[in-house]
Design a protein around this ligand. Structure first.
Ligand code: PLP
Length: 390
C-alpha cells in the first residue's frame, strides 16, 4: 500500500490544509475521496494481530481520517470524534473523578448546563459556574482539586468573550487544564490551542460540517496523553461517530475556509445594518466597535463570525419577527450554509429556569441569528421586511 504525506500547519496555509489534511487518497485503491468504511468489524491476521483496525468502536478508517484532519486544523496532537457535541462534552468530563472540581464559564450553551446540573452533579464532581470575563473571580475560584476550566467563547447567545490566554495562565498555575468550546467560530477563525488551551471542543454539527445534515462532536488535545484519555472514553463509553457522518464532516471541512470568509463578511454586514435599526434595541456581535470586548475579539480571533444576537424587547416581538422572515428559517442550530433564527429562551436555553436565564442575561426578547452564505443584500432585505412586522 502507498504511504501518503500527512500535512500539518507547519507545511501549508490553512485553505490547503482544509482540503488535504487527512484527505489524501485511499492507499488501497487511490480513491481521491476518503471512502466510507461501512463495517463494524475487521478480519484479523491471526490471534492478537490486525491490519490496523479490529472493531469500529475502537477505530474506523473513515473516522481516523476525520480525526487526522481535525488534529491538523486545530494544530493539536490528536483528535477524537463523538456522536454529537454533547457526547464530546461528556467525554471531556468523564475522566474526572468524584471529588474533583470543575469550573465552567457562567454563560454557556444550555445543553452544557443541563449536562452539568442534571447528570454530572450526581457523580460527586463539584461544578462551579464562574464569570470568566472576571479573571480575579477565576483566581479565587481555583482550588487544589480543580481539574478543568471549561470556556465557551464567544458564548451562546450573548456573544461574550473570554480571554483564552489569560484564563490558561491562571488555570495552569493552579494545576488545571483548560478546554474551549470553539463551536461558534470554527478552527478557521479561532485557534485556542495556540493561545494556551489544552483541549478544543466543537459541535461539528455546526460550521465544521456546515450543511446541517449530521450531528457530531470532537475533542482536539494539545498533549500526547490526551490520546490515551479520550480513546479510552470512545472505546469504553461508545458514543463514537459513524463512518457516514465522519465522511460528511470530511467533505464539509474542504470548504470550511471558503465558507467562513463568506459567513464572516455577511455577519459583519448584517450586524452593521442591525445595529442602527430602530426596532433593534441591542445587537450583540463582537465585530461591532460598540461591543465591550471588541478589542479582545480583534486580538484573539481571526474573524468575527456570523453569529449575531438581537434584543427585540419582548417575546411577542420575537414571535412577529420569526413569523415574518422568509430566507431566514425559524430553526435551532447554527453554522450551516443557510441562515437561521431562533428564540434562545425556548430553544438553546430552554433547559434553564427563567430565573437562571435572567441572571445571565437571556431575556424573552432575544433572537439569535446564524447568518448563512447567501447574498448579503437578500439577507438584509429579508431582515428589513421582518423587522417592519415587529
Ligand atoms: C456552543 C455549543 N456547544 C455545544 C453544542 C452541542 O452540540 P450538539 O448539538 O452537536 O450536541 C451546541 C449546540 O447547539 C452549541 O451551540
Amino acid at each position: 500500500m502507498q504511504e501518503y504525506f500527512q500535512p500539518t500547519m507547519a507545511d501549508y496555509k490553512y485553505a490547503t490544509l482544509a482540503v488535504h489534511a487527512g484527505q489524501y487518497p485511499d492507499p488501497q485503491t487511490g480513491a481521491v475521496n476518503v471512502p466510507i468504511y461501512a463495517t463494524s468489524t475487521f478480519e484479523l491476521n491471526g490471534i492478537g494481530s490486525d491490519k490496523g483496525w479490529d472493531y469500529s468502536r475502537g477505530g474506523n478508517p473513515t473516522r481516523d481520517r476525520l480525526e487526522e484532519a481535525l488534529t491538523a486544523l486545530e494544530g493539536g496532537k490528536n483528535a477524537h470524534v463523538f456522536g454529537s457535541g454533547m457526547a464530546a462534552i461528556m467525554a471531556l468530563i468523564a475522566p474526572l473523578h468524584t471529588g474533583d472540581h470543575l469550573i465552567c464559564s457562567h454563560n454557556v450553551y444550555g445543553g452544557t448546563t443541563r449536562l452539568l446540573d442534571k447528570v454530572i452533579v450526581n457523580y460527586g464532581i463539584q461544578v462551579e459556574y464562574v464569570d470568566l470575563t472576571d479573571l480575579d473571580a477565576l483566581k479565587e475560584a481555583i482550588k487544589p482539586n480543580t481539574k478543568l476550566v471549561h470556556v465557551e467563547t464567544p458564548t451562546n447567545p450573548l456573544m461574550q468573550l473570554t480571554d483564552i490566554a489569560a484564563v490558561a495562565e491562571i488555570a495552569h498555575a493552579g494545576g488545571a487544564e483548560v478546554s474551549v468550546d470553539n463551536t461558534f467560530l470554527s478552527p478557521a477563525l479561532q485557534s485556542p490551542l495556540a493561545l494556551g488551551a489544552d483541549i478544543v471542543m466543537h459541535s461539528t454539527t455546526k460550521f465544521l460540517n456546515g450543511h446541517s445534515d449530521g450531528l457530531g462532536g470532537v475533542l482536539v488535545g494539545a498533549k500526547a496523553e490526551h490520546r490515551e484519555r479520550f480513546h479510552l472514553i470512545q472505546k469504553a463509553m461508545g458514543g463514537i461517530l459513524s463512518p457516514f457522518e465522519s465522511f460528511l464532516i470530511l467533505r464539509g471541512i474542504k470548504t470550511l475556509p471558503l465558507r467562513m470568509k463568506q459567513h464572516d463578511a455577511n455577519g459583519r454586514a448584517l450586524a452593521e445594518f442591525l445595529s442602527t435599526h430602530p426596532k433593534v434595541q441591542k445587537t450583540f456581535y463582537p465585530g461591532l466597535s460598540s461591543h465591550p470586548q471588541h478589542e479582545l475579539a480583534a486580538r484573539q480571533q481571526k474573524g468575527f463570525g456570523s453569529m449575531i444576537t438581537l434584543e427585540l424587547g419582548s417575546r411577542e416581538a420575537v414571535g412577529r419577527f420569526l413569523g415574518a422572515i422568509k430566507i431566514f428559517l425559524n430553526a435551532e442550530s447554527l453554522g450551516g450554509v443557510e441562515s437561521l433564527a431562533s428564540h434562545s429562551a425556548t430553544s438553546t436555553h430552554a433547559a434553564l429556569t427563567e430565573e437562571r436565564r435572567l441572571e445571565i442575561g437571556i431575556t424573552q426578547g432575544l433572537v439569535r441569528l446564524s447568518v448563512g452564505i447567501e447574498d448579503k443584500d437578500d439577507l438584509i432585505a429579508d431582515l428589513s421586511q421582518a423587522l417592519d412586522a415587529v
